[in-house]
Design a protein around this ligand. Structure first.
Ligand code: THU
Length: 161
């Protein structure tokens, strides 16, 4: 038996001013997307924006449904729409933010496990995706989705690299 541990590396900022212009722009687009969130059940409005290698930015928001599992998180809305609209472009970065009671959350909003798994698939196919989790008081930046989900399901050989 061996007891092992892993380290998660990330960068933490306390002001958007410390970020690059590209990162701030992406967060701005994620925040814009929260305005189109459809969240009549949770009242938690999540926005996500992905930057593609061409420079194009695509954003999306959470879309809920009275048949609860039928809704979709903001991250998957943005990533799936980006890939369906621009299949030959690759996702290089993703920003996530959330608004509750009309105000942007102070703390980062972490992507759920299902979104991490989906994003990892894009990352395995196309290369690292920087993940920017933006609260007003704390912003965390992960260099890849893998940092957020180290033990991902990836041993099925359905993905042909
Ligand atoms: N949600 C997202 O859109 N992204 C996340 O990273 C976490 C949760 C949504 C799902 C649901 O519409 C609402 O937030 C509350 O869980």
């Amino acid at each position: 038996m061996a007891s092992k541990s892993i380290t998660i590396n990330y960068h933490e900022f306390h002001s958007a001013a410390e970020l690059s212009a590209d990162e701030r722009e992406l967060i701005g687009k994620a925040l814009e997307a929260t305005e189109n969130s459809y969240a009549p059940y949770s009242h938690f409005h999540v926005g996500a924006a992905v930057r593609l290698s061409s420079g194009t930015i695509v954003n999306g928001s959470n879309q809920e449904n009275s048949a609860f599992p039928s809704g979709l998180c903001a991250e998957r809305v943005a990533a799936f729409y980006a890939h369906s609209r621009y299949p030959d472009d690759r996702i290089t970065a993703l920003a996530i933010t959330a608004v509750q009671d009309g105000v942007q959350c102070d703390d980062p909003t972490y992507p759920c496990g299902a979104c991490r798994q989906v994003l990892n698939d894009f990352e395995q196919q196309d290369g690292k995706i920087k993940v920017i989790l933006a609260g007003t008081k704390k912003i965390q930046v992960f260099d890849s989705v893998e940092c957020l989900m180290p033990f991902v399901f990836d041993n099925w050989d359905g993905i042909k690299k």
